[in-house]
Design a protein around this ligand. Sequence first.
Ligand code: CMP
Length: 140
Amino acid sequence: MTIQHTFSILKPDVTKRNLTGAVNALIEKAGLRIVAQKRIHMTRAQAEKFYGVHAARPFFGELVEMMTSAPVVVQVLEGENAIQRYRDVMGATNPANAAPGTIRKEFALSMGENSAHGSDATETAALEIAQFFAGNEIVG
Ligand code: CMP
């Protein structure tokens, strides 16, 4: 059994539509524990750093605009194989391809406004968590 931490963002399309609790219910129903959580308004610098790997992509400007357009909820999720488990709970990046019952199928509006971000590997999870949380803010 591998207990992992993964980093999650509930994106502006979630906070604007008052869906934080509804998304958290799907997260908890899937057996993931929300061990840290805060609502922030991301700065442009934070968003550009966070999505730096996508800096050369054509949608980068739109992505940064969207992520700074309204508050987000940043979270640390804990559970068995939490990284893959959360990716399964989110569903495909494009909501048109997401399976029924997933966050993106139930709530996402488009590829850009796709409701949730989750880390893709242990190394990125550690870096992403460290960008937004101090160790003593994570309470398992
Ligand atoms: P996320 O998991 O947060 O990681 C990168 C984000 O880029 C992704 O979710 C989408 O929100 C966004 N994204 C990926 N592809 C596109 C695209 N073709 N157009 C707009 N946004 C995109």
